[in-house]
Ligand binder design. Sequence first.
Ligand SMILES: NC(=O)c1ccc[n+]([C@@H]2O[C@H](COP(=O)([O-])OP(=O)(O)OC[C@H]3O[C@@H](n4cnc5c(N)ncnc54)[C@H](O)[C@@H]3O)[C@@H](O)[C@H]2O)c1
Ligand SMILES: CCCCCCCC=O
Length: 514
Amino acid sequence: MPVEQQVVARARKAFLTGRSKALSYRLSQLKGLRRLITEKQRDIADALRKDLHKSENATQLYEMIGLEGEIDLAVSHLSEWAAPRPVEQSLLTVADEVYIQPEPLGVVLIIGAWNYPWAVTVQPLIGAIAAGNAAVIKPSEVSSHTSKVMEELLPLYLDKELFPVVTGGVVQTQELLKQRFDHIFYTGNSTVGKVVMEAAARHLTPVTLELGGKSPCYIDKDCDLSVACRRITWGKYVNCGQTCIAPDYILCEPSIQDKVVKEIRKCIKEFYTDDPKTCPDYSRIVSLRHFRRIVALMEGSSVAIGGETDEAQCYIAPTVLTEVTSESKVMQEEIFGPLLPIIPISGTDEAIEFINKREKPLALYVFSSSDKMIKRMIADTSSGALLANDCLVHYTLSDLPFGGVGSSGMGHYHGRYTFDQLSHLRSCLIKKLRMERVNQVRYPPHTAQKLRWARLFLLKRVDVGQWRRAAQAVALVTLAAYVVQVRRPERFTSILYWLGSLVNSDLWSPCDLR
Ligand SMILES: NC(=O)c1ccc[n+]([C@@H]2O[C@H](COP(=O)([O-])OP(=O)(O)OC[C@H]3O[C@@H](n4cnc5c(N)ncnc54)[C@H](O)[C@@H]3O)[C@@H](O)[C@H]2O)c1
Ligand SMILES: CCCCCCCC=O
């Protein structure tokens, strides 16, 4: 039996013991993960320096702080997320207990990518643990040092049967994909995304696909170009452009192109000095394969800034390309590197047309001082996320669902969204065996009179929670009135009057007919 099959079988067996379901157990595992991040910062940072030339501070800023925040959020909200969720009811079920009970799915497969290997592999794991699942973790073989560190460290802090790490490349991943999972959470490119989805379909396993693509960045001429270019320079060149939501290309009117180039040049110098190659904050391309792919993308465009490369170090300077058209090589695929092409367009109409002609992006960036223009972009385009006047920062908010649409992915996560994505939201309705008369309206023979009652019973929507709160309020006020009557009879009438107005208030009127 292949080792991957054995690992999955062990994880399923551990899940079936039921121990991952107890909230106290989930919390202890989350706290273990938190300790790992705190105690092993140095090992994590060393590996990322070897993989991507990331500085220790950049590792903290772009990966670890986010994970700490997500763990803390899950720990503090777990009981609320996992609790039964009451729902609005119809009159037909008003006497019943009706709620949604989130329950674990079972064994989840998490396949991570290499660019922010801790963020994109461990963040889904936080949700998997919080939701009470077992999870098999497959880090990317491309960030090999990090993969090794994960394999060594995770078992020291987590239940190794419930949360095993499988390392290796395509062969091992494909072996894993033959196994039956209850959910597959994949982060990576769309070509492999299709392979994952096909394998999942064989077992009818649901998937979350966190993919990429070309995220456009439109700069309106009505905007502060120096601020806009500063934010774009940061968003593009952080991690050497190897960010799923990096602005892939700029769309702007020819009249502002020179100013855009000038401002970006200024910011590159400010962030990465005159010689980015020696700057500790400037990363490297992850592998020779990716290096050669990115260098080849420059062909046919003019280099306005940068363009220097060093194959021995997988170094590509922060680069801006001009004289780019839709047909240019650099526009045929996601760049995922430090090349920033500028494509001239005639204005907002053409920008929207350009964006809508292509696949739906993971992120869409708009820089403008006009609220109207920004709202128009939101209304007339579609993307995983839209940011006005900034780049990347939506990723840091746990309350925003992170994910793509169309070819940039399916499903979403972060914060409670990860919990819900990796839970089954089970509908529960608990009726008592009494009050059978109410059910007459649904039993044959189906008469016109029964139908009239059924219409009322089914279409009147009732917020039972609101009724309960109102009943509690009335009970409290009645008690207070009783106490006042005994102690201060002269105030009794005014309290009765107030009580009457409460009873007549909106709280008691049934919801609209729908
Ligand atoms: N949406 C997001 O959150 C997000 C985050 C990071 C990266 N990305 C996207 O990921 C892409 C970059 O990552 P990548 O794809 O180069 O990462 P990658 O090469 O590390 O592949 C991702 C995972 O897929 C596995 N894999 C690769 N080839 C396979 C195959 N043929 N069969 C089965 N499994 C296979 C790898 O083992 C790895 O674990 C970019 O498109 C980027 O935009 C998206
Ligand atoms: C604040 C920026 C973090 C970016 C992480 C992006 C993960 C996808 O590549």
